[in-house]
Structure formats: C-alpha cells, structure tokens
Design a protein around this ligand. Structure first.
Ligand SMILES: CC(=O)N[C@H]1[C@@H](OP(=O)(O)OP(=O)(O)OC[C@H]2O[C@@H](n3ccc(=O)[nH]c3=O)[C@H](O)[C@@H]2O)O[C@H](CO)[C@@H](O)[C@@H]1O[C@H](C)C(=O)N[C@@H](C)C(=O)N[C@H](CCC(=O)O)C(=O)O
Ligand SMILES: Nc1ncnc2c1ncn2[C@@H]1O[C@H](COP(=O)(O)OP(=O)(O)OP(=O)(O)O)[C@@H](O)[C@H]1O
Ligand SMILES: N[C@H](CCC[C@H](N)C(=O)O)C(=O)O
Ligand SMILES: [Mg+2]
Length: 484
C-alpha cells in the first residue's frame, strides 16, 4: 500500500483531477488484472491503446488512473493523473512503489544482439562463486540465489521487474545481473533503475519488425548507455563497428574490450576445441570450458566487468575457468557411435554464422556438418532468407524446419527461408516442417564424427504453435535419437 502522491516523485505531471491523497494497493497496465484500489496505467501498445480500457479498469475498482489523455467522462471518486509519457512513468512508478530496490543492491545490465544471456549468467555464477548473494534476470530464467523464477520475457515489464528486484533486496542479494533487451529500452521498462554498470556485447541484424530500421535499433541500445549515471561503468566491445558509438554520449566511466585492437581489456584466442578454449586474457593464459571466439568475447567482457567491480583478478579467472555458459548455448552431446550434436540458441544471422564458423574451425575435414534450422513466426521476417543462406554456406547439409511458428503458417516461414538458399546449395538442402522429423532425419543422415547443429531454440522447452506451447526440447530429441 502506498500513497499516490509519494509514488509520483520524478514524474512530470501535466494535470490532475481528483485527490492525490489516495492509497494505491498495486499498479497495473493491464485492465484485466485490475484489483480494488489499484492504480491503472494506460499505455499505448504495439497492437492496442491502453487508454481504451480506462473505463473497464475503473469498473473493476481502480482508485487512480495515470494516462496521457484524460477520458471524456471523469468519475468523482477516482483520481486521474495526466503525464506526457506513460511508458516512462510506469518505470518510475514501479521503482517508487517498491522503494527503489535497484539502488539497494548493485545492478549490472547487459545489452547487445547476442551474448546477453551468456554474459549475465556467467556473471551471476561467477559472483556466487566469489561468495556474493546474487540475482539473475535473463531469457532462460530469473533466479534469486538457488531459487528459480520462470521468465516470460528477456527483460520483464517495469512493475514485475521492480517487484523482482525488491525480492532480491529482501533476500539479501549483493549483486543483480540482468539482460536489457532493445524492446525493454524502447518501451522504457528500465526507466527509474539505478545501474552501477552497463555492458555492450554487439549489434547485428535482429528485431527489425519492431524497430523498423537498424538505426532505430541502434538508438534503442545506445539509450541504455546515454542514461547511465557518472558513477557507473560503461563497458563496450570495440571490435564491433558500433562499439564506440555506444559510449559517445555516456556520463559513465568509459571502458573498452577487444580481441583485435587497443582496449582497456584484451584477450587472444590461442586454442579452440569442442571441450573448451585456451585464452590469453589480460596477459594470463587460462583454459576455459566454453567454446568459440564469440564466447572469448563473452568471457573477456565478464572478466572486465568483474575487475571494474573491484574483484581480485586471480580469483575471477580461477572461478570463471570452471564455469559452463548458459543452458542451450553450444550444448555439446556425443552419441555412443560418436555422432556429435550441438544445441544452440542462434536465432540471428550473426549468431548462426559465429556458431558455424566455430564448428568449421574445430571439426576435422572428414566430419560433415548438418544444420537443422527454422525461424520464429511473428518476428523479423527479413532475417529468414539471411539465416538460411548463412546456414547453407557453412554446412554440408541443411534441413530447414519450424522454430516457433506462433500465429504464422510454418510452411510460409520456410518458403521465406528457402528464398535465401544459394543455387549451388539447392541439392544439399531439404525442408521438413515437423521439427521432430527434421531432427530425426539429421540424426539418420549423420555418420560417426559428423556434427549436427540444432539452431534457434536452445534452452526452450516448448514450441509455440498458434499461441499453444507444446512441449518440445531440442536436447531431449537429440538424446532420444542418439540413444544415450
Ligand atoms: C512487442 C512487445 O514487446 N510487446 C509487449 C508489450 O505489449 P504491447 O505493446 O503489444 O501491448 P498491447 O497488446 O498493444 O496492449 C497495450 C496496453 O493495453 C493493455 N490492455 C490490453 C488489452 C486489454 O484488454 N486491457 C488492457 O489494459 C495492455 O496490458 C497494454 O498495457 O507489452 C506487454 C506488457 O509488458 C508485453 O507482454 C509484450 O510482450 C510481448 C508478449 C512479446 O512477445 N514481447 C517480445 C517481442 C519481447 O519483449 N522480447 C524481448 C526480447 C528480445 C530479445 O531477447 O532480444 C524481451 O525483453 O523479452
Ligand atoms: N558474444 C557473442 N557474439 C555473437 N554471437 C554470440 C555471442 N554470444 C552468444 N552468441 C550466439 O548467440 C546465441 C544467443 O546467445 P545468448 O542467449 O547469450 O544471447 P542473447 O543476447 O541473450 O539473446 P536474446 O536476444 O534472445 O536474449 C548463442 O546461442 C550463440 O549462438
Ligand atoms: N528473444 C528472441 C527469441 C527468439 C527465439 C526463437 N526461438 C524464436 O522463437 O524466434 C526474440 O524474441 O526474437
Ligand atoms: Mg537473452
């Protein structure tokens, strides 16, 4: 329970109708979730305008409404607050309602097209290994110490997010590591949070359905660094073309990492195997359990962040060298007959390329690469032919299949992918709509030593078909086929 006038701090109020001396039991932006005494925040969404539901919210007992435009009819016992930007206000309201939990622990955010889950999870496990109490907010799951809380989004909405952070504070967390998605930035889900550090992994093609242009996507990512406070660090990958752009306008301490050029933190990949890699990191040779150059970037970023958080370099390296990445990221399985399976969450052209380049560099020339790949429905259509093209260019055989079709026709998605198949690869590519059948076929085609890459679904335990989530687990399918 909070007083409305207390949770409006930091919000520029344009107009008020009714009393601010009213108690708010909870905050919601969804009229369907309104309870008695609730504050309903009307936001303009991507499919519908939340202002349409103000009347419904009042009918269900909302005691206050925050909106960008007042409704035509105002009821006398309800308070109406008008603001310029409901999305931003929602962030500040969430933070104030839960008494600013982000400033009561050390919050570190990771943004970028690929690598967020990996870096956030590594940091979470690293800091736990160093003896701290930690929280994690990620695509795979949210976690408070050992307690797992299922995740619905990569970055939760502002109310859920602050609620989660408050639980982390109450359970004594010293640090929280969270992913900051571009959707979250554009929708201001992190407004009002206090970060002690921000990290940038990379930016490549994704989410153009939502952001419309690459420039808008870039702006969303950059806004994270533009809003960091001076006391925080802003750590960027300067091997990425846009790495310096991220730091351009930040007030935070600018820090860089690189495998290729001058930077505050440097590493060099010495050896890469399916069982791990040898890295020279900040002048020291260390063996890590993770695979691939892209993970060298993730490990370096995590090492740099830990150092910036004043941790002992030796201890950091010794714990980091024992860690696996996040679930469903380069998950490596060997069948009794030595066929190799890799489950990976690569769902962007760049991720598919990185994973396949890594496999190509490590495999022996006689070992064939068979890739099973699909693209999600109701998401960026322009990446479909590109992902198929990349898969074909780097594999010996490709099976195009379904990912999460969501509300789209799976065969239509595959047709859009097929447009990217290079002419020379037409005969080594087939389309099998049923993902289970596609995986089975790949396993049948593979000989001992061959490598099967299942791309796109990683840790996901479901396939979303027409809004229904059917149990589906790439790793489970692979183990069944392998007879492990
Ligand atoms: C595109 C997108 O991000 N959509 C998110 C957004 O919904 P929206 O803007 O479409 O909402 P809307 O349906 O237009 O409704 C507008 C408003 O009216 C309200 N409403 C609606 C109906 C009603 O009866 N009553 C009512 O009050 C809604 O609650 C909402 O406040 O706000 C909702 C509430 O926070 C989110 O659940 C929803 O996520 C959808 C489910 C989603 O799939 N999001 C994905 C794309 C996403 O956010 N992904 C990123 C990860 C990307 C990455 O990993 O790179 C993430 O952070 O998870
Ligand atoms: N640093 C990196 N650079 C490029 N590709 C990467 C990197 N790290 C991981 N990948 C690839 O991207 C995939 C997704 O990795 P991860 O889940 O860590 O990224 P993410 O940014 O959290 O993705 P999402 O946007 O879906 O939350 C991995 O399975 C791997 O194929
Ligand atoms: N965070 C990503 C997840 C994609 C996962 C892939 N399996 C799909 O369904 O497209 C997104 O929202 O685009
Ligand atoms: Mg993620």
């Amino acid at each position: 329970m909070r007083q409305l006038n207390n949770i409006l701090e930091n919000i520029t109020v344009l107009d008020i109708k009714g009393s601010l001396d009213v108690t708010v039991s909870s905050i919601t932006f969804d009229s369907r979730a309104v309870n008695e005494g609730c504050l309903f925040v009307a936001v303009k969404g991507t499919t519908v305008d939340g202002h349409k539901f103000i009347e419904q919210a009042v009918g269900k007992g909302a005691s206050a409404i925050l909106c960008e435009e007042f409704p035509l009819t105002l009821l006398p016992d309800v308070t109406y607050v008008k603001v310029e930007d409901s999305h931003a206000a929602l962030g500040w309201l969430g933070a104030a309602f839960y008494e600013h939990p982000s400033s009561r622990l050390k919050l570190i955010g990771v943004t970028g097209t690929n690598g967020k889950t990996t870096c956030a999870t590594l940091l979470f496990n690293l800091f736990r290994g160093l003896g701290y109490k930690c929280g994690l907010i990620s695509t795979v799951q949210n976690q408070i110490e050992d307690r797992v809380i299922p995740a619905t989004h990569t970055t939760p909405d502002a109310i859920a997010l602050n609620g989660l952070l408050a639980d982390m504070v109450n359970e004594g967390c010293d640090y929280t590591f969270m992913e900051v998605s571009s959707h979250a930035l554009a929708q201001k889900r992190i407004e009002g949070l206090v970060f002690v550090g921000g990290m940038f992994t990379n930016i490549t093609h994704d989410h153009l359905d939502f952001h419309k242009t690459f420039d808008e996507y870039l702006k969303a990512k950059k806004s994270f660094f533009d809003h960091l406070p001076a006391a925080a660090f802003a750590l960027s990958n300067v091997d990425d073309k846009r790495g310096m752009v991220m730091l351009q306008n930040t007030k935070a301490k600018k820090k860089t990492y690189s495998l290729k050029s001058m930077a505050d933190y440097k590493a060099k990949l010495i050896e890469d195997h399916f069982t791990g890699m040898l890295l020279n990191i900040d002048g020291q040779e260390v063996w890590f359990k993770m695979v691939g150059k892209f993970n060298a970037y993730n490990l370096l970023a995590v090492y740099a962040a830990a150092t910036l958080l004043d941790q002992d370099k030796q201890e950091v390296l010794s714990v980091l060298s024992t860690l696996n990445g996040a679930e469903g990221r380069f998950d490596y399985i060997v069948a009794p007959d030595k066929r190799i399976g890799i489950v990976d969450y690569a769902h962007t052209p760049d991720a598919v390329q990185n994973v396949l380049e890594t496999i190509l560099e490590i495999r022996r020339p006689t070992e064939k690469i068979i890739t099973v790949i699909g693209c999600g429905g109701d998401r960026d259509r322009t990446k479909r032919p590109v992902m198929a093209k990349v898969a074909c260019e780097y594999s010996d055989k490709v099976i195009l299949t379904s990912d999460n079709p969501r509300t789209e026709d799976p065969q239509f998605i595959i047709k859009e992918m097929e447009a990217g198949i290079p002419v020379s690869k037409k005969t080594s590519t087939v389309s099998i709509t049923d993902r289970r059948e596609a995986i089975k076929t790949a396993c049948m085609l593979a000989q001992p030593g061959d490598i099967i890459l299942l791309a796109g679904k990683g840790h996901e335990k479901y396939q979303d078909i027409n809004g229904v989530k059917h149990h589906f687990d790439d790793k489970e399918e692979l183990l069944t086929q392998f007879g492990n």
